[in-house]
Each structure stands twice: as C-alpha cells, then as structure tokens.
Write a protein that binds this ligand. Sequence first.
Ligand code: NAP
Length: 518
Amino acid sequence: MLLPLLLAATAGQGAAERVSSGLNVELKDVPTVTTYGDEGAFDFDVFIIGAGSGGIRLAKTLSRQKQLKVGIAESRDFGGTCVNRGCNPKKTLVAASAFLTDMEQATAHSIWNVTAEMSWNSLQKWRAKKVSNIAKFYNTSLKGTRNVEVFEEGARVVGDHQVEIGADTHKTVRLLVLATGGRPRRMSFPGSDLPNVITSDEALELKHKPTSMLVVGGGYIAAELASFFLQVGADVTMAMRSSLLKSFDSDVSGLVEDSLLRRGLHISQGNVPASIVQSSRSNMLEVEMTDGQKLEAEYVLLAIGREPLTADLGLDTVGVALHESGKVPVNKYGQTQAPWIFAIGDIVAGGMELQPVAVKQADHLADVILRDSSINTAPTVQPPVPDEHVATALFATPRAGSVGLTEAEANKRFPADVTVLVEKSEPCCSAIYSWELRKVVYRTSDERLLGIHLAGKGADELVQVFGIVMAVDPTWTQFKSALPVHPTSTEYFVFMNSYKSKRKGNWRLSECPASCPS
Ligand code: NAP
C-alpha cells in the first residue's frame, strides 16, 4: 500500500488546505447521532443545509434509520448545481449536439449524403424538461419520506446547536451538515455586469442560439461550453490567462485544443477582457482585452472557476473560521472546528469540486455518524478516495478522460523513474472524427500504474473503467496481460509498449505541412 500513501501525501493546493485542517483526529472523538448531545432533546438529530447531490444523498441514507429526525433546507432548486445548472443540463446539450460529429463521420468519403438543421427551441425545451423531471424527482422523493422534513428556504447557524430557517423559524439540531455548494465566480472590470456578460448558469439556458461568444477561462467549464457553442455553429473565441485545460495531461489538452481549432475555435492566449461596452449599433459587446486587442461578441461567458456559498451560513457565531478560499476546513471525518458541524461537497477546503466526490463524502459521513460507537474504523470523508483514484471526463468534442497523475506530475514526483506510453492519431492528414489519444504512465522501478489518459470518441464512458482499474492499483504487466478486444481502437491500450513514444513528427496541428497527399 505504499503507493496510495505516497500519492495522497502530495496533492498540491488541495493537500495544503487539508493538512491545516487536522487530518489526525481520532474517530472516538467524532460524534455519532446517538452518542452526541445526551443533555437534551433536539428538534432534529441531523439537519442538512443544501439539497444538492451530497445533501440529498445524505438525507436519503439517514432517512432509512426510521428513529432519526432529519431536516433539510434548500433556498434554490432541489438537486443543486449538477442537476439544475451543471452536469445534467450540460450533458443534455452536449449529447444532442454530438449528432454533428456523427454526421462528420457519415459524410466522410461521400458514403452518406446528410443535411440537417438543429432546432434551438426544441433543444432548450428538451433540456428544461430533463432538468425539471430530475429536480422534481428529488424534491418529491424527499418530501414523501416520513422522517425527513423539507424546508424550501435558506438556513444558517445562529448559536450552539441552533439554526434559523428562513426569516423566523428556529430549530435545535444535534448534528448539522453543511452542503451548500457553490456558484460561478464573476470578474470585476468596467462592463462586467452588462446583461450579456454571463456565466455557465445563464449560458445553458439561452433563449436563442448565439451568433458569437467570447469564453473567458480555460478550465473544464470553459472548454466544454466553448466546444458546445462551436458545435452548434457559433463563432467562438476562448480567452485564457494561461493555457487550455492546464490540469489535464498536456498530450490530452493538446489534442482537444487542436480539435477545437480545426473546428473553427479562435484562441486568445495570455489575455482576458479589460473592459466591455454594449455596442450602440448592434446587439454586440465591444471587448477590449488586457493586451489592447479589440474583439466583438454577442455574449461574453465568464468561466473562471466557482466560489463556495458559505458567507451567509453564520459560522462565525460558533467559532468556525473559513479558509481564505471561503471554503470550510474539515478533518478527515468531515468535521469542522465546531464538533457538531460537518461539511461535504464543493465547500470543503481541499476538496475536489465534483458531484461524485460529494456523493461519496455523503456516504462516508453517513458511515461515520451512524456507526456503532464501539467500532473504531470508518471511511474518511475528506478525501473520500485518494485524489489519484478520481476519474473525470471532459464533455467536449472530442471527449477526454483522465485518472491519476499526468506525465508532468509523475515526473515531478518520481524523477527519472517514470515510463510513458503514448499513442495518438496524427493530426495533419487524418479525418478529425478519428483523432484519438491513449496514454499510460507508470513508475519504472515497480511498474505501478500512475495515470491513464485518453481522448476521442467514447473517452467519457471508457474512463470509468480505467477509474476502476486504478482503484485496484495494478502494475503495467498486470494491466497489459488483458486480452485485446479486436477490432477496437482501445485494444491499443494493451499493445502500447510496441508503439513506445511515437511523439515525433507531426504531433500537433501547428507542425503540419501546408498540404496533404491526395
Ligand atoms: P477550473 O477548471 O478550475 O478552471 C478555471 C479556469 O479559469 C482556469 O483556466 C483558470 O486559469 C481561469 N481563471 C481563474 N481565475 C481567473 C481570473 N481571475 N482571470 C482569468 N482566468 C481565470 O474551473 P471551472 O471550469 O469553472 O470548473 C469548476 C469546477 O467544476 C472544477 O473544479 C471542475 O473540476 C468542475 N467541473 C468538472 C467537470 C467535469 O468533470 N466534466 C465539468 C465542469 C466542471 P488558470 O489555468 O490560469 O488558473
């Protein structure tokens, strides 16, 4: 088990926040719902603020203990960001727009003759219906649970074991769980508050298809939305202060970048808006960039990260100090400085802002607070799994997936002890729908797998399987002992040692010759 320990000990900014928040707490000092607060009766055994993915999961799990009184308060839509303003509507739009990629393939070599037109109106109706069905399901399933009381209002801490719900409802709570999530961060410069300067919240619900868009930021949300708007025919420019998908393995972000460029994206690197004015002649925004460059776009989409919704939780009233990021420091069992208050999801200092992380934290927190107090082991809440076991998918065109260390991270952590196997379709003269990349990174000395990265059709689905592979911590020899599935493109994952480092020649679009052989 040396590897996971080594890896978990060195996880960048997240780890720095975590170390300062008391990892070494002993489980016996963490309350359970039955051992804590014998001194009096409480209105609720567990009260949860925030009915997003983490809060709802925890409420449902706790509700199976019929003797418990559970409360949950939510001031916005049930289901939180992922259901209403994140993964769910994003995936709906991206999946519908993916027909265009199928058409790229169908029409190649003149095999099919396809013409198609997309109805933005129908797409948005479909998105709204899917979102509202899922949000309704969560809301009604909680309301129908006998021992869960649902409050459709915000709530905050007003004293020891006391919360205020809405304007004037006061309740006593034995244990409190904060699961309020976050919202898109905005920028502040002249014109940044104009109506068409939007965030992902509004971008997913635009009433008409935009003609042009300037996307600010180069992370997950920026890349996914830029790719979507490009796909539906908008003229898209990305402005980023550093580079596209900086947290991804550079070969993967390179392939995604080249694909988007080939499909018509413009990139303005090292550059962000300095000021924006609404044109007096048209519906366009006139944007002046930090380097003085002038651009025009119908919308400017700010996708520069998210901020936690913690400021109004009243935590100062009970001595819980927030991290400088605004997030809540917790120990490994999710407990804050106030022993009766826990936190899960995007507001956790050092945590990953991912829906499956919040859900896993909810499951582990339920194990912690429902445990028999004679039991002295429980799964950790933060992190719920080692960072290196978190697989993520990028829903751009092409899709990308990643689990474990990137090549650069591996080289930094294990200098001169890293083997990289990478295989990629060449970008110059091959059809764009066939562009793919596969990469395996392992530690040379003991062959432990460190990371698996991929891009291309199906990468979003496949990376789940690689997440399972990484969770069992295999060696490269064990991994490649699998029989290939033939004929598939993923079979090259197990053949790759014979293709060792083909990173030469025309690896990036910028290295391509002016023309291709006919
Ligand atoms: P993100 O991935 O952290 O990327 C933020 C981007 O904004 C980076 O390109 C960053 O640039 C840039 N940025 C930050 N502050 C800036 C500033 N002041 N001026 C200019 N640029 C600035 O954030 P995100 O895309 O908003 O996503 C939020 C979270 O949601 C992420 O943690 C992500 O994991 C999660 N998410 C996941 C998925 C998925 O799994 N498919 C999809 C969407 C979101 P630098 O690179 O220079 O720092």
